[in-house]
Design a protein around this ligand. Structure first.
Ligand SMILES: Cc1cc2nc3c(=O)[nH]c(=O)nc-3n(C[C@H](O)[C@H](O)[C@H](O)COP(=O)(O)OP(=O)(O)OC[C@H]3O[C@@H](n4cnc5c(N)ncnc54)[C@H](O)[C@@H]3O)c2cc1C
Ligand code: FES
Ligand code: FES
Length: 1310
């Protein structure tokens, strides 16, 4: 058996069959456990035996003994076969990083599937294609995404390609044209935190154009995947004690009865992806001993349209259910609405395999789960045909009865099918509407969902809501009011609407229903009622209330314009080169921390996190945990002390909590086991008891009440310029307000991980997800008590960072290192997403009270701000001095008198940290809130006040920065040229608003300023020239997707006069760039690192000078120099020096005009258009820079609109918005319908490196206009001038409340 056969090319596509024998399988499961990468392969083994699990992987047959417990497909691919192109991030179906293609039968299409959810036992007789397989046959998809700049950090890229491959291949098979909306939908289950999706959509849409026109010889030929298909020769059905895959219903019932308790399983998505969020209380049921896979039973997949019903097999997938409803829309007035609703259930990857029965039984088990599928079935009065497992008797029961069986439902019955009755002919002229209000449009469970069915006469109405109480709320009183309705025209009666609304309010009167949710349910009902009105009866101004424009929105579009920002004399610098590793990333070949080969004897770790926020640790009991399979060790604070380690990762933060817990989720210790899943299981079994449990300080109000603040010297927390108090006293208009700005989880797709490998003489090699290797090294040395000579830290790239890996990777690296040191063995710690979110903090929330004064000429004369920043339990060693927010509090405005006082709240929450544009994001939102309020008080369009008070080339900031090169005016003019005169835009919006009662639009236009600092920075680079004339760079910075390496390589190539392809960049290691070098952050790293490289190149050029003669090529000159023993390895450095124009090195400027739309009925908002202009100087790489602008802006949209960090007193102070189920970064749907980015032309930056400007963080500030456009729309809805402040995030519930819609007053028919 050659272990190397598969791993040789790492793609598992050698000619051999991958057949695992029993002993080999044991070896492999042990290796899955240890993470070792010995791929199984044995071509000489005989055919699979009964009960062998067989499937096709990238075109090759795989066979292995049927595992007795769950191994996810992702785990199998990554750990066993070392096919690391399949990435793991959320591990719960919410992000799409792990998407692979699965074909269930030889004739069915390849579907996108989450490898993290898929049990490999479900893959029997199927075909799986991973990134490695796509590389074999459809590499052009991967190349297109790379070349289209659709891959920044690259962690999402293989999953994106797989989703797109599924779309293209399916449509190639069906010879269908693909629309742009199809493309959007295809990637709706894939999160990308970096790119802002626009370049991904643009790339895929181009592929689609070729596909539709059949122009490209090599785009989406269905034959491409032919070699990857599953074989028509089926292996025998699977069966062991734990897993049976029957092919008939009788076999299934027998298998369920044989072992007690057993349950049927469909796509296995609910058990992993959903149950964990609802199974908060311990189940009283025994764990099922056997799972019966019903996917292979044809009868359960049947769909039949009969005279009186649509019969749907229990194992029909949600995707096929959707397709069936579309196919049979003429059979029921309800089907179109239901089909549209199904597209908002989960993701394409989940819908491809998740079954209807799975959803229903999941809801039975977890009645708090507001299932959309059950709501559909309930509202359509569907019934279920089930077989009692004990008796074998088949009977029909209602969905409500099925749900009332509770969590043991799937142990009691096997569901065979559902029957959806078709109403008697003629009576189906009624109306049906199902809708949901969710924190995000796609892939978000409902806050409230509702189905309103008004079948007029023949059948009684049916009105139900989910999300309000445990289970569904049937609104009987409302149904009774509507029961006598005979036709749609009966509804055109204001008295009936009033009566129905009053009845609904009575139905919803339960204390269990929150006010917000009650309002949302009433709104959904009102919408349904309006939609049901007869044609022509709907008042025109209510058309958008019945059907908001978002329902008929076409696919989003966008453009990037970077004409005039390049300098052809500096090529290859300034050219739009593709990122160096983009193709590696999109093909899954790029190596991230967890992809690095791991020594075979290596162990895996998991953190034990506290479940209290403010308590003493009474005892930590590992007696159960240490008896689990594979357990090796547990280390906590006391053990650290006993072994002489220092329990301090910096800023006074202990690595493991000592006596008192400071926050819920604080690491208490680390468990080491033979596999990651075993370590996680063992960690969950460590019993911690607490004493002296106190009420935690979680919020600003809590901190104020307890006076819990960090000590910050007034010099670092105050700005006092002029006399703000006096100026306010004399101002013509003074406005006061309060701004609340929440946190933002970084949501880097690659969760924090670290691998520590001890070696000879006490040396330790640590590979970790860090933005600051030198910082990590210093912390490791401190904790371990080791010399920096013994500790090396390295990082090749990180899968996103955004500031979250500057300091918050340190506890992870130190924990892995401590365990490795104690055991003398390699230890890997890869955090799961939930632990990552619980333990490591996020963007710092801020709360500010402001007073702004205007004089008669509408100059802002003074700003007084009291601002608090919520740091969490520890300082994290990263909050700036002075307080970060003071850097950005003036935004882009010239104000004479300032008085800002800041303080830092200390709370029982995880230590917060830098997050993309820290300080400046809250600073700009605070001043923009004040300016917006002042403009409204003065009766001015906010953009007019902004323009009047903008910074100009003669301005000086409150910190003394001279804005001699201010380009706000140029940006503003370019924006108006592009986006139009705001007055004209406003006139159009007013017209729209005048015709729309509840759906309102708003506009905001604002300038932007962002200060870039590099004083004191120390970046290093080592450039080595090889004998072949190629250059190799090792530098002190970290590629996190920002395009650092391509910029640096271009500078090196230009400097040495070689081709860009002749430059290689190695991974970053402290061996090269040790103590004192600066971390990657603050947007200026690419420039500083380029300068260090240029410095090294200059040294090399000087050394080569005597050899660079006209008759020699560059390579010959190198050879000649080498012959003369010239050192062709040079170290360059960039040392940031103070700037004569103030503390900042230079400023970035821009302007944005954004139009937003608010649906006042539901509180949902969206961005209709966003036009951005930003000054990037002479761009070092315009494609990279434009990508940063798009990505940064969309990250800001997430912060402002959908992402919420929330700690809950009733949950012991826990962060309740963890995981992809609760935390919602934008998907491609959240993009502006129209999204245009212009890089300001002809704007060389005299103070920047090679006249360039940084682009990583400034674009986030342009997002502020999105918030104020939404506020503008809310103002339009309210119709009064009562001031209000819009908090961040502007969630639907908040927007809905602020819109001040009163159902009694406003829900009318005209
Ligand atoms: C990321 C994500 C997002 C989601 N978003 C939504 C959403 O927005 N709205 C929504 O409604 N749902 C949502 N879901 C839930 C999803 O629809 C369910 O996970 C899915 O339908 C379950 O089907 P399954 O075949 O995978 O069930 P499984 O996980 O295989 O099984 C779930 C339960 O059903 C039982 N069961 C399965 N088949 C049968 C049968 N024939 N007879 C008896 N018992 C059976 C099993 O025993 C088990 O108890 C989401 C899920 C995920 C992972
Ligand atoms: S890792 Fe599988 S969906 Fe996120
Ligand atoms: S490129 Fe998509 S997450 Fe980084």
């Amino acid at each position: 058996m050659s272990a190397a056969n598969v791993s040789r090319n790492g793609n598992g596509t050698g000619d051999d069959v991958i057949l695992l024998s029993e002993t080999l399988f044991q070896d492999i499961t042990a290796r899955v456990s240890t993470g070792a990468a010995t791929p199984p392969c044995n071509a000489s083994e005989p055919q699979p035996r009964p009960s062998d699990l067989s499937f096709t992987l990238n075109g090759k047959a795989v066979s292995l003994p049927l595992p007795t417990s769950r191994i996810s497909l992702a785990e199998f691919l990554r750990e066993t076969l070392h096919l690391t192109g399949t990435k793991l991030s959320c591990e719960e179906g919410g992000c799409g990083a792990c998407t692979v293609l699965v074909q269930t039968t030889p004739s069915s299409p390849f579907k996108p599937v989450n490898a993290c959810l898929r049990d490999i036992r479900s893959c029997h007789n199927q075909a799986v294609v991973t990134a490695e397989g796509i590389s074999q046959v459809q590499a052009y998809l991967q190349e297109a995404l790379a070349d289209g700049n659709g891959s920044q950090c690259g962690f999402c890229s293989p999953g994106m390609v797989a989703s797109m491959a599924a779309l293209l291949n399916n449509n190639a098979k069906h010879k269908k044209s693909i629309t742009k909306k199809d493309v959007e939908l295809a990637i709706s289950g894939n999160i990308c935190r970096c790119t802002g999706y626009r370049p991904i959509l643009d790339t895929f849409e181009k592929l689609v154009e070729v596909h539709n026109g059949h122009a490209g010889a090599h785009v989406c030929d269905i034959e491409d995947l032919a070699a990857m298909k599953c074989t028509s020769k089926k292996a025998p059905p699977l069966s062991n004690n734990e897993w049976v895959a029957p092919t008939t219903v009788d076999e299934a019932v027998a298998a369920l009865r044989e072992v007690n308790p057993s349950i049927a399983v469909g796509g296995c998505t609910g058990l992993v992806g959903v149950a964990k969020y609802y199974s908060m209380t311990a189940s009283t049921l025994p764990t099922p001993r056997r799972l019966v896979d019903v996917q292979h039973i044809e009868e359960l997949e049947r769909i039949e349209l009969n005279q009186s019903d649509l019969s749907i097999g229990a194992a029909v997938t949600l995707e096929d259910f959707h397709n069936a409803l579309i196919e049979h829309t003429s059979a029921s007035a309800a089907f179109t609405s239901c089909a549209n609703h199904l597209l908002r259930v989960a993701t394409p990857q989940v819908r491809a395999v998740a079954t209807i029965a799975g959803n229903v039984f999941l809801t039975a088990a977890y009645p708090k789960f507001p299932s959309d599928v059950c709501l559909i079935l309930l509202s359509l009065r569907a019934t279920a045909c089930v077989i009692d497992i004990a008796t074998g008797v088949m009977h029909v029961e209602t969905i409500a009865d099925l749900l009332s069986r509770g969590e043991s439902a799937s142990m009691q019955v096997l569901c065979v099918s559902f029957s959806i009755p078709l109403n008697a002919k003629g009576s189906d002229e009624g109306a049906y509407f199902i809708g949901k209000i969710a924190p995000r449009h796609w892939n978000a469970h409902a806050i409230v969902n509702g189905a309103v069915s008004l079948p007029m006469g023949a059948l009684p109405p049916s009105i139900s809501f989910g999300g309000l109480v445990i289970g569904y709320m049937r609104c009987i009183a409302t149904e009774n009011v509507l029961r006598t309705t005979k036709s749609r025209s009966d509804l055109n009666n204001p008295a009936l609407l009033n009566a129905a609304l009053e009845a609904l309010a009575t139905d919803l009167a339960s204390d269990a229903v929150s006010d917000d949710n009650r309002r949302m349910a009433l709104a959904l009902f009102y919408r349904a009622y309006l939609r049901a009105l007869p044609d022509g009866a709907l008042s025109p101004n209510l058309a958008t209330a019945a059907k908001p424009p978002v329902d008929s929105r076409s696919a989003s579009a966008g453009s990037v314009n970077f004409e005039g920002v390049t300098d052809p004399t500096e090529l290859p610098i300034s050219a739009p080169h593709t990122k160096l590793s983009a193709r590696l990333q999109t093909s899954g070949k790029a190596v991230y921390g967890d992809d690095e080969p791991f020594p075979s004897q290596g162990l895996h770790a998991a953190l034990v996190l506290s479940t209290e926020a403010n308590a003493a640790i009474a005892a930590i009991d590992t007696s159960i945990s240490c008896r689990t399979e594979g357990f090796c060790a547990f280390y906590d604070a006391s053990e650290l002390k006993r072994r002489g380690f220092k329990n301090d990762v910096g800023g006074g933060e202990p690595l493991f909590a000592e006596d008192r817990i400071a926050f819920h989720g604080q690491p208490l210790g680390i468990v080491v086991s033979t596999s990651r899943s075993l370590a996680q299981a063992a960690a969950s079994l460590v019993q911690v008891s607490y004493s002296d449990v106190r009420k935690p300080i979680l919020t600003f109000d809590d901190a104020e009440a307890a006076r819990s603040y960090f000590d910050v010297p007034p010099t670092a927390s105050t700005i006092k310029v002029g006399d703000a108090e006096a100026a306010l006293a004399h101002a013509d208009i003074v406005c006061q307000g309060e701004v609340e700005l929440g946190g933002q989880y970084h949501f880097y797709m690659e969760t924090q991980n670290a691998t520590a490998v001890p070696s000879e003489g006490g040396q330790l090699e640590v590979t970790c997800t860090t933005q600051g290797p030198a910082n990590a090294q210093a912390a490791l040395c401190q904790v371990l008590g080791k010399s920096s000579a013994l500790v090396d830290v390295s990082v090749r790239r990180v899968g996103g960072a955004y500031g979250g890996k500057i300091s918050r990777n340190v506890p992870v690296a130190c924990a892995a290192a401590v365990a490795a040191e104690c055991l003398g063995l390699p230890v890997k710690l890869q955090l799961d997403l939930t632990s990552n979110m619980r333990a490591l903090g996020s963007r710092r929330p801020h709360k500010a009270k402001y007073a702004i004064g205007l004089d008669k000429s509408r100059r802002i004369v003074a700003l007084k701000v009291d601002v608090a920043m919520l740091q969490g339990a520890f300082s994290d060693g990263s909050f700036g001095t002075p307080l970060d927010v003071l850097m950005g509090i003036d935004g882009a405005y010239n104000v004479e008198n300032w008085h800002v006082r800041g303080q830092i709240a200390r709370t029982n929450t995880p230590p917060n940290t830098y997050c993309r544009a820290p300080g400046f994001v809250p600073g700009s939102l605070i001043i923009e809130s004040a300016v917006d309020a002042a403009a409204r008080a003065a009766g001015m369009a906010p953009e007019d006040l902004r323009w009047l008070n903008r910074y100009t080339t003669t301005s000086v900031t409150p910190r003394g920065e001279v804005l001699k090169y201010c380009s706000i005016d140029k940006c503003w003019d370019a924006l108006v040229a592009k986006a139009g005169d705001p007055k004209a835009r406003r006139a159009k919006i007013e017209h729209f608003n005048s015709e729309s009662r509840f759906c309102k639009r708003g506009l905001s236009m604002a300038p932007m300023r962002y200060a870039l600092f590099w004083d004191g920075n120390d970046m290093r680079a080592l450039v080595t020239l090889g004998i072949d004339g190629r250059a190799c760079i090792e530098h002190s910075c970290v590629e996190a997707g920002q395009g650092l390496n391509v910029k640096v390589a271009a500078v090196c190539a230009a400097s040495l006069g070689i081709h860009l392809d002749d430059v290689t960049i190695k991974k970053t290691t402290t061996r090269i760039c040790s103590a004192g070098s600066s971390g990657t952050g603050g947007s200026i790293t690419s420039e500083n690192c380029s300068a260090a490289v240029e410095d090294a190149c200059e040294i090399l050029k000087a050394r080569l000078q005597p050899y660079l003669t006209p008759e020699r090529t560059f390579t010959e000159a190198i050879r000649a120099a080498m012959d003369d023993q010239v050192d062709l390895c040079a170290r360059g450095r960039f040392l940031g020096k103070p700037n004569s124009l103030g503390p900042a090195q230079y400023q970035s400027y821009g302007a944005a005009m954004i139009e937003a739309e608010v649906d006042a009925l539901t509180g949902e908002s969206r961005i209709v258009s966003a036009e951005l202009v930003i000054d990037t100087g002479i761009s070092l790489n315009p494609t990279v820079d434009a990508g940063q602008v798009q990505g940064g802006f969309v990250m800001a949209l997430g912060y402002l609109l959908t992402e919420q960090v929330e700690f809950d007193h009733s949950k012991n102070g826990a962060n309740v918005k963890v995981g992809t189920w609760e935390y919602k970064p934008p998907t491609a749907f959240e993009l502006p319908d129209s999204f245009d980015v212009t890089l300001l032309p002809h704007a060389p930056n005299k103070q920047g490196f090679l006249r360039s400007k940084a682009t990583g963080e400034p674009p986030l500030l342009l997002g502020a206009s999105a918030l104020f456009a939404i506020k503008d729309a809310i103002v339009a809805m309210r119709g009064d001038d009562k001031p209000f402040d819009l908090p961040v995030p502007a969630l639907p519930s908040t927007v809905h409340r602020l819109c001040d819609v009163d159902w009694k007053r406003d829900y009318t028919l005209s």
